[in-house]
Design a protein around this ligand. Sequence first.
Ligand SMILES: Cc1cc2nc3c(=O)[nH]c(=O)nc-3n(C[C@H](O)[C@H](O)[C@H](O)COP(=O)(O)OP(=O)(O)OC[C@H]3O[C@@H](n4cnc5c(N)ncnc54)[C@H](O)[C@@H]3O)c2cc1C
Length: 455
Amino acid sequence: MVMIMNNERVKTTKLDPNERIKTFKEVDLGFSEADAKREASRCLNCPNPRCVLGCPVKIQIPKFIAALKDDDLEGAYEIIAASSTLASICGRVCPQEEQCEKMCVRGLRGEAIAIGALERFLGDWALKKNAFPLKKESDNHIPVAIIGSGPSGLACAQALLSKGYDVTMFEALHAAGGVLRYGIPEFRLPKEIVDKSVDNLVQNGLKLKLNTLIGKTLTLDDLRKKYRAIYIATGAGLPKFMGLENEDANGVFSANEILTRINLMKAYEPNSATPIKRGSTALVIGGGNVAFDAARSMRRLGLEVKIVYRRDEAHLKARHEEIVHAKEEGIDLVFNTLPTKVLTDADYRVTGLEVVKTSIDGDKYQIIPDDYTQIKGDIIIEALGTNPNKIVIDNTEIKTEDDKIVTSKGHTNIACIFAGGDIVTGSATVIKAMGAALEAAEEIDKYLGGKDETQ
Ligand SMILES: Cc1cc2nc3c(=O)[nH]c(=O)nc-3n(C[C@H](O)[C@H](O)[C@H](O)COP(=O)(O)OP(=O)(O)OC[C@H]3O[C@@H](n4cnc5c(N)ncnc54)[C@H](O)[C@@H]3O)c2cc1C
């Protein structure tokens, strides 16, 4: 065993970069129980824990870490579960370095406690044990509908099932999980974890209706006739494009399309029904998690990959870990570079990008006049953010602003209809989508009263 100083965190094991670029297997292998306990023992158990203030759902972090240290894994997991319904998932994908870990006192003179990795360890432990049926109040038979099966829909379902409601979830796609399923790649979030999290809810009474696009297959009015309250959690899945010249050329994709084909439709398998034109070089435009996920996925399909970003490294929006991993995997980061035109051949196929150099002034960038160059590439992937898709509320009175549903504590302007997650905030984070769901579930419960009217 390697001795560590108390201001150094215990490291998780990671797949070697040379191995990982040939596979979609998970990169970070997490803690063993012994390592989790060693890391837990570094926690100072502060009387006024700043880490809790940094957590959007206020998990009692020092308490769960203390229970873990004392060998009480079940107790530790239950402390997390009281605030967060998707520990295995949040432990993997939450930006802890900007939230709880950023506030950790240990971080002032060394490395913050690896709170995310400890959460993940306990979440995985509970999923493996499969020993935690929801603590449910008795059934009240009141039907509630949830639209969308992403983290917000799942968290709301769990909270309402626990309160005894009869919950039906409608999902447009053929598999549940939202971005957890079709956006975040297998090498960051194995789909087995998403499956188990969804299955756990189904075993606890969730009725899951897949392949049902609300707004087309059924309308909100149809649902209002059958359900006493509705929670809309349809996310923000509509990709934005730059509007470049030749953007409709053969070989330009949104990151959403590429990631959906890879994650949901297994485009990385040789006999996939949705193969991706590969070529030898992919150019990914953007600097957030989505750009890095698309870039790292294309690298695993065997391409050289360049991320083209209009600002400098300090302005990248992706998680630090993703940036480090992408560099280790040989992805080229091209900073201060703004695409201006898609270059094509005589058959209107992509051959690259015309770009112009930029300079940074604070948070703003400026184009350097006449500093144009070209970058060769066979696929261009745009990862510029997304907008909510409003099909679900077309032809309804639900109030929106900038295409997002307007809410107050989860209430929309229509009494029985609630909403939360990316459809309200625009593209945000898993934990924020989950936090909004928990708040809305409380409000739905207050609105419906939880009283069984069948008796
Ligand atoms: C590639 C990618 C990587 C990301 N990485 C991270 C990360 O590392 N950490 C992090 O915290 N966040 C990350 N995010 C953001 C995070 O995933 C989202 O903020 C979160 O998933 C939002 O949850 P949601 O439940 O509101 O919506 P979604 O997850 O988008 O789920 C919405 C669901 O509703 C369904 N739906 C939509 N319309 C209808 C309809 N009319 N009828 C029925 N169903 C419908 C959709 O098919 C989807 O399944 C990432 C996002 C992307 C795209």
